[in-house]
Design a protein around this ligand. Structure first.
Ligand code: NAD
Length: 364
């Protein structure tokens, strides 16, 4: 069914995509007139950051390899001191959402331009969203100051991504696309992007699992990650992202793996009241129950299946459910505390999502 009513605000971003594109980085820095760039990464990606430093030559003013998951404010403060003392005029982040999160936090505070080079499928590069942890609590905000000016995707840089991280990150990307399909502010473009991203990832991830450096599959996955990131940036996410945000922010669970475990359950919760999303997902999975199909797909990729294996204590399920319903947010199905507690219990124990009920009745 054609959407009857929608609004669309494009996000301004330059995207440079393809194998070997890293060589173009000095030109991209020059295009933004950057003279003293701080290069950001996690410790794990330090050598890649140093490679960029060498590539940039005189335009590089050092590497700050201290980025960590969930963008803690203390790390941002330490980086800000470096920005001031080294007269930095822009940022280049290489890595996943952790490195890019730090870049965004710095850009928010300084309004300096950013070039980001994503090497996972998390999609943060394409959004004006920043989640930061302060005093153990994760706060999220949107601002155009946060949106990177340039995204440079080089598929060659993703070959180093371990297969297990690639699979989990792929499910993270799928989660953005799935929730965009029932977002209150979806539009015809996000519908197209979401379905294309899901189709591409369903084909690419098993190929990467079978052959880590399958260039064609890596290229398809990275391009789909951009589409999924755009879905995330252009729409408002629902219950699934809220649960993952809660489990990551309040309980320290690993970001991408949590997405992989929770997504089929959150989808099962919402499907019965999201008929258009259900139609799209039925097309994608060629299965009448997309939530079940998604769970089986994740299992076929050897992804973790339970929150217990990710380190959540059973005793925390009540608190997680309480946090997830503590503030209202848009979701196709009303936020029912007990049903969400049941959903989390299922995800905790590694059960399959509840079967989709024919008709429009939720089965919790
Ligand atoms: P991450 O950046 O921590 O990367 C995951 C792991 O992959 C790390 O161990 C990293 O060292 C490794 N890695 C990355 N690239 C690699 C490569 N080329 N070779 C080898 N190893 C590599 O995690 P992530 O899942 O990409 O991002 C998660 C973070 O991003 C979270 O903090 C999350 O909240 C945030 N995020 C934000 C948004 C947003 O729009 N604001 C969107 C998605 C994720």
């Amino acid at each position: 069914m054609t959407l009857q009513l929608f609004q669309y605000d494009a996000l301004p971003m330059r995207v440079v995509f393809g194998a070997g594109r890293l060589a173009q980085l000095p030109d991209e820095a020059a295009r933004l007139t950057l003279q003293r760039v701080l290069i950001l990464s996690t410790q794990g990606q330090r050598s890649q950051a140093q490679r960029i430093e060498a590539l940039l030559g005189a335009r590089a003013a050092g590497v700050f390899p201290e980025a960590v998951m969930h963008t803690p404010a203390e790390v941002t403060e330490a980086a800000l001191a470096r920005v001031a003392e080294s007269h930095i005029d822009g940022f280049i982040a290489i890595g996943g959402g952790s490195a890019i999160g730090l870049s965004k936090a710095l850009a928010l505070r300084t309004d300096l331009p950013q070039i980001v080079i994503p090497t996972t499928y998390a999609g943060s590069e394409a959004t004006s969203i920043l989640g930061e942890t302060m005093g153990g609590v994760k706060h999220t905000q949107r601002s155009l100051r946060i949106l990177p000016e340039t995204i440079l995707y080089d598929v060659d840089l993703t070959f180093g991504l371990p297969v297990s991280v690639s699979m989990a990150s792929g499910l993270n990307a799928m989660a953005h696309a799935v929730e965009a399909l029932y977002a209150p502010d979806r539009n015809p473009l996000t519908d197209l992007m979401a379905e294309a991203a899901l189709n591409a990832l369903i084909e690419a991830l098993p190929r990467i699992l079978a052959r880590k450096n399958d260039r064609e599959a890596r290229t398809a996955a990275l391009s789909a990650a951009w589409l999924s990131g755009c879905c995330l940036g252009l729409t408002t996410m629902g219950l699934h992202h809220k649960l993952c945000h809660t489990l990551g922010g309040a309980f320290g669970l690993a970001h991408a793996e949590t997405h992989a475990v929770v997504l089929p359950h959150a989808l099962a919760y919402n499907l019965s009241v999201a008929p258009e999303a259900k139609r799209a997902l039925t097309r994608v999975f060629v299965e009448p129950d997309p939530a079940r199909a998604l769970a089986e797909f994740a299992r076929s990729l050897n992804l973790p299946t339970s929150l217990s294996t990710l380190g959540l204590a059973e005793a925390e399920l009540d608190r997680a459910a309480d946090i997830a319903v503590s503030k209202p947010y848009p979701n196709p199905r009303a936020l029912e505390r007990e049903a969400i507690r049941d959903l989390l219990a299922r995800a905790w124990s590694g059960g399959l999502p509840l079967a989709y009920a024919k008709g429009d009745h939720a089965r919790f």
